[in-house]
Ligand binder design. Structure first.
Ligand SMILES: Nc1ncnc2c1ncn2[C@@H]1O[C@H](COP(=O)(O)OP(=O)(O)OP(=O)(O)O)[C@@H](O)[C@H]1O
Ligand SMILES: [Mg+2]
Length: 372
């Protein structure tokens, strides 16, 4: 069986590793020469955002999936109508890729989310400020990742620059949530409808970019259960087979709100490669190929993942592997990107250990050792 992946980045690369372990052939679609995924599998050169290349991927694969929300949903629907398996459901992709439509869908299903409203002009932001107060978070509806579709509005003077920053992608605005922690649950559904969730994790962001993930989140049992139950409710609301990443806010009064959902493997689940019995990547491949889901248990009491973000612009030159890998329980993943850029995801570190404190200290030491 050949699996086609729309997208050629690191998520595809890690899916390929899992797929090949199970004996599947993989072909990826993307425009990057020598891409992170293309180093590991055959690559069809073409833009996954455009209709024709995605349709063309159907000539090479029996099952199609995607590693990025920007994949062309209409073409994926057409492929499924031709009889090719496409997972997760392209309708779900269509509903999620527009973050405003996604919010409406979740809120409409009774899932708690931050107060939000559509934005057409600065007047809508002035009304939002009157209703919610400052700060506000303006978001682009389309094409956002790693916080690049967000702009904080702390006072009226920030409104015009924020609209300019995100122009051309549609806008909506959210109330700023004064969260005590950000949480995430990676959940999977197989073709029979069985759902499995990984333990709830804490995600820590720097400049709106995921930086550190702590598994399991150090929250009380009630909050952990709330987060897990909300993740299951999100999956009940969205159709589709495969892995979903569900981002949440824990509020000071003990509520859990959904921030956003990704219909794909997720940065908050990278720790599962070494930290769980079944990695999220294997789980996704199992789900989309019709295999049963695997155990989501941790293999050690704690796992911590730290992203390796670029800290300069230029050709990537990883250093410090020797020092990082000498630390107990530490694994390093470098994504094979030719060029490093400030805040670009270039790799990640996972440390597993007997306590969160130990794993966190080891992951931080390893992160300090590495430059790229
Ligand atoms: N309403 C909000 N209140 C407070 N903080 C927020 C809000 N919305 C977003 N943030 C902060 O910005 C981060 C990124 O926001 P969001 O998840 O919407 O963007 P993204 O570009 O899709 O990010 P990513 O690709 O990292 O998931 C959040 O994880 C959180 O730290
Ligand atoms: Mg996010």
């Amino acid at each position: 069986m050949t699996i086609g992946i729309a997208g050629d980045g690191q998520l595809g690369r890690m899916m390929i590793t899992a797929a090949k372990e199970l004996g599947f052939d993989v072909v990826v679609l993307g425009t990057t020469e020598n891409s992170p995924a293309g180093q590991y599998a055959r690559q069809v050169m073409g833009d996954f955002r455009a209709e024709a290349p995605v349709l063309g991927l159907g000539d090479h694969a029996d099952v199609i999936t995607f590693e990025i929300e920007d994949a062309h949903a209409g073409a994926l629907i057409a492929l499924r109508e031709k009889g090719i398996e496409v997972h997760p459901s392209p309708e779900t992709l269509h509903n999620i890729k527009d973050k405003f439509r996604q919010k409406q869908l979740l809120a409409g299903a009774g899932i708690p989310v931050a107060a939000y409203r559509s934005v057409e002009s600065s007047d809508d932001l002035i009304s939002a400020a009157q209703e919610y107060g400052y700060p506000l978070v303006l978001k682009a509806r389309l094409g956002s990742y790693d916080g690049r579709g967000n702009a904080a509005i702390k006072r009226a003077d920030d409104i015009e620059p924020a609209l300019d920053k995100l122009a051309g992608r549609g806008w909506y605005v959210e109330q700023h949530v004064p969260f005590v922690r950000e949480l995430a649950v990676v959940a999977a559904r197989d073709r029979k409808g069985n759902v499995a969730t990984y333990p709830v994790v804490e995600t820590r962001h720097v400049r709106h970019i995921c930086d550190t993930v702590i598994a399991p989140a150090q929250v009380d049992g009630i909050t952990a259960r709330k987060a897990n139950d909300l993740a299951v409710k999100v999956l009940d609301t969205l159709q589709g087979v495969g892995v979903f990443g569900i981002e949440m806010f824990e509020t000071p009064d003990g509520q859990v709100l959904i921030n956003e959902v990704a219909p794909r493997v997720h940065n908050s689940g990278h720790w599962t490669i070494e930290g769980a019995v079944t990695s999220q990547f294997e789980q996704h491949i199992r789900a989309v190929t019709g295999l049963p889901l695997g155990s989501t248990d941790l293999v050690k009491p704690a796992a911590v993942m730290i992203n390796i973000l670029g800290d300069r612009n230029g050709p990537a030159e990883p250093t410090g592997l020797h020092e990082a890998l000498a630390i107990p329980g530490v694994s390093v993943h470098i994504y094979g990107k030719a060029d490093t850029k400030v805040d670009r995801k270039m790799g990640h570190i996972t440390a597993i250990g007997d306590t969160v404190d130990e794993a966190l200290a080891n992951a931080k030491r390893a992160r300090q050792a590495i430059t790229i």
